[in-house]
Design a protein around this ligand. Structure first.
Ligand SMILES: [Fe+2]
Ligand SMILES: [Fe+2]
Length: 269
């Protein structure tokens, strides 16, 4: 039995401070259920750490020091792919809780918190699915090095909920929608239907995460009386270091309510 924290921001902090992935997943599911059921109702203002706790393994490397992943269908390549995705999902758990607890001064309404608690719950399920698949293939999360740098987007947007929504769900998670269909097709081509099905489930959920980002970004812009398209483009220019690469999954993005008027004018490629 997990002892419940007194407030949602304490729950966010507890997850962020938990290094062991299985613990992070279990706490997320327990706290998300408690929030849904009304066993946690207070929001609180507990400060969050600058960075989440991380386990001893995997070894974290700078992006430029990461081994280049092959695109062929060997077991080693598929394990490396699933491991990289598991690492992204583990970070996504923390990103969702950070969004829940980072901006109490904004006075965001309960449906905002409901949405991002649900996203955290989804990300915990995604991580667990990928880790189970790695186990089935004779590996597991922690066996390979992983990319250190995923938290950078959180740190550069920790001052402003609009910047956070602009960069994390509306750039990074939307990018997942762009690239995952091709990965699914490749896995099917390799005869790995199980991994392909798992990624399809994840991709379908991610549409709802991008949709939540788009919706709440619109809410914050309306509250501030600013134009969402121009504001998004400005925030992305200032806080996202990469480029917005074509081709976009326009259908997936539009299913999330995220229209090309936002990203096409500032895209490259
Ligand atoms: Fe996810
Ligand atoms: Fe997500």
């Amino acid at each position: 039995m997990t002892t419940l924290p007194p407030t949602l921001s304490d729950a966010a902090r507890a997850v962020l401070d938990t290094a062991v992935p299985t613990g992070k997943v279990a706490l997320t599911h327990a706290f998300a259920a408690a929030w849904r059921d009304g066993r946690i109702t207070a929001v609180g203002t507990t400060p969050l750490p600058d960075r989440p706790a991380r386990p001893d393994r995997p070894e974290l490397k700078l992006p430029r020091d990461m081994p280049k992943r092959g695109r062929g269908g060997s077991m080693a390549n598929r394990i490396a792919l699933l491991h990289a995705l598991a690492h992204i999902e583990l970070n996504a758990i923390d990103l969702a809780w950070d969004l829940v607890g980072r901006f109490p001064a904004e006075g965001l309404p309960k449906p905002f918190l409901d949405d991002w608690v649900q996203v955290a719950d989804d990300e915990a399920r995604h991580f667990a699915m990928l880790d189970a698949r790695l186990n089935a293939l004779g590996s597991g999360y922690g066996d390979l090095p992983a990319h250190d740098g995923l938290w950078q987007a959180a740190q550069v947007t920790a001052h402003d909920v609009a910047a956070r929504l602009a960069v994390v769900p509306m750039v990074l998670e939307a990018r997942g929608l762009d690239v995952t269909p091709d990965t699914i097709a490749r896995l099917k081509g390799f005869g790995d239907g199980e991994s392909a099905a798992l990624l399809q489930t994840i991709c379908d959920d991610e549409v709802t995460h991008v949709a939540a980002g788009r919706r709440w970004f619109g809410y914050v812009c309306a509250a501030r009386g600013v134009d969402p398209v121009a504001t998004w483009q400005d925030l992305v220019r200032r806080h996202f270091r990469g480029v917005l690469k074509r081709p976009f999954n326009t259908a997936g993005r539009s299913a999330a309510g995220f229209g090309p008027e936002f990203y096409e004018p500032v895209a490259e490629g």
